[in-house]
Each structure stands twice: as structure tokens, then as C-alpha cells.
Design a protein around this ligand. Structure first.
Ligand SMILES: Nc1ncnc2c1ncn2[C@@H]1O[C@H](COP(=O)(O)OP(=O)(O)OP(=O)(O)O)[C@@H](O)[C@H]1O
Length: 364
């Protein structure tokens, strides 16, 4: 299937507020695209418009050169004619049909013959590890199992585009991890295009080939996961993607303390005057600094071991910051340590990334 393209798409549910505004987005054929953002940012509305369950208030949605929606030309293709499979958070299984029959249902509607239908349903249920419960009824399954049946029901149909709205939200942490790996495998094996809505940045980083971050109905950045992590386009993305989040130090009109120290470092290397400087917790390191790195003395305030990582709260001049280390930290509260970083993110007064700093090569 060719690319899915949204051009100038907006959606208002009637009032003055727009759930989605001026959205330009291309979902490449075979992509695993995550729509990521906080609650209410317009992710579900975007997915529902692609599915044809909502009509845009403005703009065009197309697959290749086939127009699915065009407000200008009054064109609208109904959901069943779009060739897309859908799984929503509120999966609706038929209560009076067994699990197997639920998964076979869509195939029956498509007139797939009996033996093939059974084989495809069983295969899909195996993929999501619910094949042992095939002859039970939905009410006899846990919420997580029901969610996986909904996923199997869609996989059995083998659509070219899968639209998934938080399909892992009811699963416990272990199962969610397994299903992420499983979805990634399904994506690679099937070659299908997946559009996946989530508010969980880790879910997006681990599964997606492309992430579209939205906030208040607007696209903030579209990038491959590591590119987004390494070069967030603005403060919103910088703070939303990554856990613990990036520390952002506002420089203010008369920067002193930590802000002043960071600004002096920047000024010595590039002609940028940032309104804010960001440092990811894992980029803040301890010990003798390498040549050219920014460094300051810091006081250890707390050490929080978490098995494989150590989170350390540091007081640097006038500011508290968190550092994350993946090697054991033997400092104790009250100790003085040298901390340093070679990786800063600079933002201007509008919150946009100052790319010149990256291009100068000093922050790469
Ligand atoms: N049917 C509707 N009628 C009126 N307003 C709606 C409707 N559906 C969504 N909205 C509003 O549109 C905005 C975007 O909602 P949407 O569900 O797309 O966001 P979301 O990012 O998917 O959020 P969540 O993660 O909470 O589902 C919100 O302000 C929401 O209140």
C-alpha cells in the first residue's frame, strides 16, 4: 500500500476549539508510526480520521493518489472501503461467541472458506498467546486476554494498514513488554503499515520506526525515535520524550549560578544566546572531565539505586539536577563530586531547538 498522507487536516467537534490543527503528516508505506502525546492532544482524533470514523473539518487524507477525504471536494470514503484494520482501547468482543468465533467473525464476513478461516484464527490467537482459551467466552477471560483477542481478530484479517489505539493499555507490565516485542515482530514479518496511538513515550521509542509527537492538536516533531531523542525539536518534545525527563535550565535576564556557568561554556564555543539549556540525566557524568567538556563541582544530595541504574540528585551551584548512572555510584549524600557533560541542548525564547549549536559540532 502506498504512503498515507494528511495535508492541512483539522478537526473541530463543533466549538471554537480544534482537537487537531493544520496537520501535515506522511506515513510511509511499511512504517510503524506512533502518534505520541499527552491526554487530549488529538492522537485518537487523528487515528479516527485516518480510519474514516471521523470526518475532517479541513484538509485532505489520501493513500497514494487515492483521496479518502477531501473537505474541499466533498469526498469521503467510508471506513469499510479503506482497507484498514482497527483495534481500539475499548475493544468490543461479541459476548455470545467463543474466542475462536470472535476471531473468525471478520473472516466469515469476508467470505473466507471454513478450513482457511479456522487456520487463520488459530494462527492469530497463537501469535497473541490466547490459543489455549480458544473455546472459552469473552466473559471468562481477563481484560488483558480480551485485549489480545481483539488484536488477534484484526491480525487474522491481515490488513495492509493496522490502526491501533492504545491496544496494550490493559496489560500488566510483563505482558506489555512481551506484546511490544510481538507487535514489532508482526510488523517486520507482515510488512503492514502500523499507526499506533500511545501516551507512553517508552512504548513509542521501543516500537516505532517514526514518531509523531503532538501537543494541543498540533504536530511538534516527526522523526525516527533516536533522532527525536538526540535532537528534540523543541522544549515540549525534549521534556516529553525521555525518562527521567531532560533537565531544562532557564537562563533568564541576569543568568548566575548554574545558568551562568552553562552560558559561559556556550559563549566560548558558538554565537548562540539560548533562553534555556537542557541536559539529559544520563549525559551528566561524574569524575574527571574530558577536555572541552562543561564541568562544575556538585554536592550529592541523594543516591537512589534501582538495581541496574543509579539516580543521583545533585546540587550544582544554585540548582538541583538529576543524573542517572549505569555504573555503580559510590558517593554518599554530602560528598562533593565533579560533574560534567559533553551534550547540551539549546532552546531559544520560543522554545525551539537552536540547531546552530548542533551544527557547530560542539554538542554532538
Ligand atoms: N466526540 C467528541 N466530541 C467533542 N470533543 C471531543 C470528542 N472527541 C474528542 N474530543 C476533544 O478533542 C480533543 C482531542 O481528543 P483526543 O481523544 O483526540 O485526544 P487524545 O490525545 O487521543 O487523548 P487521550 O489519550 O486522552 O485519548 C480533546 O480536547 C477532547 O476533549
Amino acid at each position: 500500500m502506498p504512503n498515507i498522507t494528511l495535508s492541512g487536516v483539522a478537526k473541530s467537534y463543533g466549538g471554537h476549539d480544534y482537537a487537531v490543527r493544520n496537520l501535515d503528516l506522511t506515513i510511509p508505506d511499511g512504517a510503524f508510526m506512533c502518534l505520541l502525546g499527552p491526554s487530549g492532544c488529538g492522537k485518537t482524533t487523528t487515528l479516527r480520521m485516518i480510519a474514516g470514523l471521523e470526518q475532517p473539518s479541513a484538509g485532505t487524507i489520501a493513500v497514494g493518489d487515492r483521496i479518502l477525504d477531501s473537505v474541499e471536494h466533498g469526498r469521503y470514503v467510508p471506513p469499510e472501503k479503506r482497507g484498514m484494520g482497527l483495534v481500539f482501547q475499548n475493544y468490543a468482543l461479541w459476548p455470545h461467541l467463543s474466542i475462536r468465533e470472535n476471531v473468525e467473525f471478520g473472516l466469515r464476513m469476508r467470505k473466507v472458506p471454513g478450513p482457511e478461516r479456522r487456520a487463520r484464527a488459530e494462527e492469530a490467537l497463537r501469535m497473541v498467546h490466547v490459543d489455549a482459551a480458544m473455546d472459552r467466552y469473552p466473559s471468562q477471560l481477563s481484560g488483558g486476554q480480551q485485549q489480545r483477542v481483539a488484536l488477534a481478530r484484526m491480525l487474522a484479517i491481515n490488513p495492509e494498514v493496522l490502526l491501533l489505539d492504545e491496544p496494550l493499555s490493559n496489560l500488566d507490565a510483563q505482558l506489555r513488554l512481551e506484546m511490544r516485542a510481538e507487535l514489532k515482530r508482526i510488523h517486520e514479518e507482515s510488512g503492514a503499515t502500523i499507526v499506533f496511538v500511545t501516551h507512553d513515550q517508552l512504548e513509542a521509542l521501543t516500537m516505532a520506526t517514526d514518531i509523531a509527537v503532538m501537543n494541543q492538536g498540533e504536530l511538534q516533531q516527526l522523526a525516527a525515535p533516536m533522532d527525536m531523542y538526540d535532537r528534540p525539536a523543541n522544549r515540549f518534545v525534549a521534556e516529553f520524550v525521555g525518562s527521567p525527563p531532560m533537565a531544562i535550565v532557564d537562563t533568564g535576564p541576569e543568568p548566575g549560578g548554574l545558568a551562568g556557568s552553562l552560558l559561559r561554556h556556550v559563549a566560548a564555543r558558538a554565537e548562540c544566546v539560548p533562553a534555556a539549556v537542557g541536559i539529559r540525566p544520563e549525559a551528566l557524568r561524574f569524575g574527571p572531565p574530558p577536555a572541552g567538556a562543561w564541568h562544575e563541582e556538585a554536592t550529592v544530595e541523594a543516591v537512589l539505586p534501582a538495581g541496574s541504574s543509579w539516580t543521583v540528585r545533585l546540587r550544582i551551584l544554585d540548582t538541583d539536577l538529576y543524573a542517572v548512572s549505569y555504573t555503580p555510584v559510590d558517593s554518599a549524600p554530602g560528598d562533593t563530586v565533579t560533574c560534567w557533560t559533553e551534550r547540551m541542548h539549546l532552546f531559544d525564547a520560543d522554545g525551539a531547538r537552536i540547531a546552530a549549536w548542533d551544527e557547530a559540532g560542539v554538542a554532538a
